[in-house]
Design a protein around this ligand. Structure first.
Ligand code: FEO
Length: 581
């Protein structure tokens, strides 16, 4: 194994000659791992605790293939390193797993260095690249099962994996080395010097978080890809586009993808989320809405109208209890198809469904309202007002989308909530209800987004370091602000002085609404709001989370705290039953 590391403002690069895990020697395959140590956010929803990596691979048979490139921020480092490994003009093929810029950001540079290279990808990927690079290039369109022989045994086979995580995704399997190159799938945003997944405990949180954010909304697509992977003769390494490569815990981690996706796919309630792939903000807004829906235990199936067949659109609308539609472009080449797709959606909707609409890119509001009227005429219930995004999205925009999605999911699961409130075992419910807790308000701020929640299931959990646990229902807006590394304030309410704050924060807020209007606050050291009327506050940082059925148990260390009234007592929440709050 040869490793080369060069630090440039915490952007470093590592090249590793991949060895066969069963000791059969090197594999003529080199991983080029671009380590982005300090990246704090990915797309939208993703606050990154551990940076990320962008992985690219060089396979040398008689012909040479490069699988993916890197983020443009690595331009010099990546190209210098690549030139150190090979004369780029000698690369025959550039395989594009998908076209998101974190992997295709240097395609134009590679084309300049290797003008005769053949770009290999799904049809949609190649179409998108044409717009991206503005120069002619040789291409080879591949479908599931297509093969490309590099010689010396390196027979590449392509696996169609749409929606993981963009519609144009393909995996590439090398029959000689049994390495499967999956780009986003099975990845994680985790940056450290380890090339592989030796330490499961270290990476499993990021692996799960990444799945929830990127793959959960496409669980059925994950299952389809897993089925196609099952047709391959055997995979010993999964070479991901982000984070460590999987060898040591490959079966375990692939198994987790299967289990999580099966759980999603089994969900009785599904929302169809229709959008038009533009490789940009629209997708990210759609993704935030999907995240919000998933929090409620409702499944989401995203469908790109650019690639979906009419019968697929119809089938999804028919099984869905809710539909979310991103307004497609009203002008341009795709407009007639988009119009026809909307017609297909409308024709398949029925009065028992609910819906939500959103539009980005400063498009035509009239068409949103027209579609809204038509859906309401059919009898559908509007789950949230149309989201019209007129300027570059911020944290608050994505939060609005997330909360709108949650509102839709909660509407679809309202029967579950009512059922929970019906007593199943009177004595047990009453006995459980005698567990009491204090009354607290959690407050948090991230960029220009903020949130707050009344909490009662709070307990001290450790002394060294000082730590507390809070149980947070999975469908709470504040949940997005309580991932590992996030900071928040726990405001402790005072007996005799808690009613106004409790009433305020128990209100149902519209998606994206500012929770702090009319409430006196001042900023904590960690940036979150402290409630001026609280008895005391603690500044906390999340260190770990444990999944407990319908709640997350969030363990946080306490950095600092203050009390405003030395004689004050904590307000106590006395309940009658334990089967709901
Ligand atoms: Fe890592 Fe979907 O790009």
């Amino acid at each position: 194994m040869v490793a080369l590391t060069e630090r440039v403002q915490r952007l470093t690069l590592e090249t590793v000659a991949l060895a066969h895990p069963e000791g059969a020697g090197e594999t003529d395959t080199t991983a080029i791992r671009c380590l982005d140590w300090d990246r704090e956010r990915f797309d939208i929803e993703f606050a990154l605790d551990n940076g990320t990596t962008y992985n690219s691979f060089l396979i040398r048979g008689e012909k040479v293939a490069l699988v993916d490139t890197s983020h443009e921020k690595f331009r010099k480092l990546y190209l210098d390193t690549l030139k150190g490994l090979i004369n780029p003009a000698e690369i025959d093929y550039l395989v594009i797993s998908h076209t998101e810029p974190d992997h295709s950001g240097l395609v134009a540079d590679i084309l300049k260095l290797a003008p005769h290279i053949t770009v290999v990808g799904a049809k949609v990927a190649i179409q998108f690249l044409e717009d991206l690079v503005h120069q002619p290039f040789e291409r080879k369109l591949v479908k599931n099962g297509d093969r490309l022989d590099l010689g010396n045994g390196h027979l590449l086979e392509f696996v169609s994996a749409p929606n993981l995580h963009w519609p144009d995704t393909i995996f590439t399997y090398d029959h000689k080395t049994q390495v499967l190159f999956t780009c986003d799938a099975f990845g994680m945003h985790y940056c450290d010097d380890s090339t592989f997944d030796e330490d499961l405990e270290l990476i499993e949180h990021d692996f799960r978080y990444y799945y929830d954010c990127l793959m959960g909304p496409n669980a059925r697509s994950v299952l389809s890809a897993l089925k196609r992977m099952g047709d391959l003769p055997g995979v010993v390494t999964i070479a991901t586009g982000h984070g460590p490569l999987l060898q040591y815990n490959l079966q375990e981690l692939v198994g987790r993808y299967r289990t999580w996706s099966q759980e999603q796919a089994k969900a009785v309630k599904t929302v169809g989320l229709f959008y038009v792939s533009e490789y940009g903000e629209g997708e990210r807004l759609a993704h935030s809405i999907a995240q919000g829906i998933l929090k409620t235990g409702v499944a989401v199936e995203q469908m790109d109208l650019r690639t979906a067949e009419p019968h697929e659109i119809r089938e999804l609308v028919m099984i869905a209890l809710g539909v979310v539609i991103a307004m497609p472009p009203q002008t341009g080449d795709f407009a007639p198809t988009a119009k026809a797709s909307l017609g297909t959606i409308l024709a398949a909707t029925h009065a028992k469904q609910s819906f939500g609409l959103f539009e980005s890119g400063g498009g035509d509001d009239d068409s949103v309202h027209l579609l809204r009227n038509k859906l309401q005429d059919v009898g559908l219930t509007e789950a949230f007002p149309p989201i019209l995004v007129k300027s570059a999205p911020t944290e608050a925009t994505y939060q609005l989308c997330d909360e709108a999605g949650t509102d839709l999911g909660q509407w679809l699961t309202r029967d579950r909530t009512i059922k929970q409130m019906k007593s199943l075992d009177g004595d047990l419910d009453k006995a459980l209800g005698r567990l009491s807790g204090g009354l607290y308000i959690i407050t948090a701020q991230k960029g220009n987004a903020s949130s707050a929640m009344l909490a009662s299931w709070v307990a001290q959990a450790s002394i060294e370091p000082l730590g507390i646990t809070i149980a947070v229902a999975k469908d709470r807006a504040i949940e997005s602000f309580m991932h590992v590394g996030d900071r928040f304030v726990l405001n402790i309410l005072e007996e005799g002085n808690y009613q106004p704050l409790m009433r305020h924060f128990l209100k149902r807020f519209a998606p994206g609404a500012d929770r702090f209007v009319g409430v006196k606050t001042y900023p904590a050291t960690n940036g979150s709001p402290i409630l001026a009327e609280a008895l005391a506050y603690l500044e906390c940082q999340v260190t770990s989370r444990m999944e407990c059925s319908d709640h997350w148990i969030v363990y946080s260390t306490v950095d600092t705290g203050r009390i405003s009234n030395q004689d004050g007592l904590t307000a106590v929440h006395h309940r009658k039953v334990g089967n709901h709050y």
